[in-house]
Design a protein around this ligand. Sequence first.
Ligand SMILES: [Zn+2]
Length: 255
Amino acid sequence: MKKKLAVVCICVVFLVVGQWEKLSYRWHYRDFVPQQWSETTDRVKTRIETNDKILALTMDACGSKGDSLDEDLIAFLTENKIPATVFITGRWIDKYPEKFQQLAQNPLIEIENHGQEHRPASLNGNSIYGIKGTAHAGELYDEVKKNADKIEKLIGRRPIFYRSGTAYYDEGATEMIESMGFQSIGFAILGDKGATYSAEEVEKAFLEAKPGDIIICHMNHPEKETGKGVMRVLPKLLEEGFKFVQLKDYKDVLR
Ligand SMILES: [Zn+2]
């Protein structure tokens, strides 16, 4: 009987310790009313503070229905030795574990966290583009942490950046994400508008880039024109003297 009780007690302690951080966030933000809801909310980093002609190419893999991987685009970057930072969701990793490992083994690819279920980062269930954001701090905690843990387990390195699904945040969410140890990443250049741009529009958007800009586009829609546009415009930017860098190498100078 005593033995049984001890086992139960130990189980309860483990459960409480595991949930403690999540519960404390839930409590801390229980009455929080967000004032901001956008892609440029306070603390969202959109560029590298620099005058050097560098750009950060970031590409998302959202794990949405029917998406996959633009292998031609990855091959193009690899052949041309162009580094990139990719934001990947947990559900994409679950769908494509082998493709994920291939990306992880490519030194030109920096892997970061795009959330477990691709949810906008909200503390009160705000929606955008018909996608419901996390309903409270507890849900945001799970959305961020589950995929950070998954990535760390798979590649042996913990992500340092977070881009929410849709790149929307409220200011409580960005504060909480920061206190969990991650910088919230946005963008300065909307490179493919959710993979809806034509190749020409992608090209035009990229050519607006200024030194230090973070460019966002998608690597999960080979059937769309993003890859074609990116492969066309990157040589032009290199010709103009731009160099591509990974975000992790500029983590202390993101604005
Ligand atoms: Zn996404």
